[in-house]
Design a protein around this ligand. Structure first.
Ligand code: ZN
Length: 143
């Protein structure tokens, strides 16, 4: 795979992870804050081989995201493409409060509604501008 990874600013102000394949021009993007996803992929058969050379573009709005970090270094991430229901919130808290393998400090559940990102649980992770600033500060370091 000859792909490049990049981080872009999402409309929510969060960090959108971009994966771009230089060879096929396929693009895959998702925002870990609001859950927005963009996919521009070649039509492929069941073996993963391109079929007609045409692309399929899928854009899904984000309503939030969930990140569960485990003390075993595993993690689970999920993007929501419809409003987060009370049931999901309940399930999340149930899991967080009863699974001793979860690293609560690094887990979060975020809601994105009316162009507003809010935390249902946990701290909102570093937004794009703060990330950019940190990167520039690192690059400015002389050694
Ligand atoms: Zn976003």
């Amino acid at each position: 795979m000859s792909s490049v990874q990049d981080i872009e600013k999402c409309k929510c102000g969060g960090k959108a992870y971009v994966d771009f394949d230089l060879r096929t021009s396929e693009e895959d993007k998702f925002c870990s804050h609001c859950g927005y996803t963009f996919e521009h992929l070649l039509n492929r058969d069941e073996h993963g081989n391109p079929t007609d050379g045409n692309y399929q573009t899928t854009i899904q709005d984000g309503y939030g995201s969930l990140f569960i970090s485990y003390i075993t270094d595993d993690f689970r991430i999920r993007c929501f493409h419809e409003p987060i229901s009370g049931e999901i919130v309940e399930k999340f808290f149930n899991e967080i409060n009863h699974n001793p393998l979860i690293d609560k400090k690094n887990s979060y559940l975020l809601r994105y509604e009316n162009n507003q990102l809010t935390s249902i649980f946990g701290e909102i992770p570093e937004m794009y501008d703060a990330f950019r600033k940190r990167m520039e500060a690192m690059e400015a370091f002389p050694w």
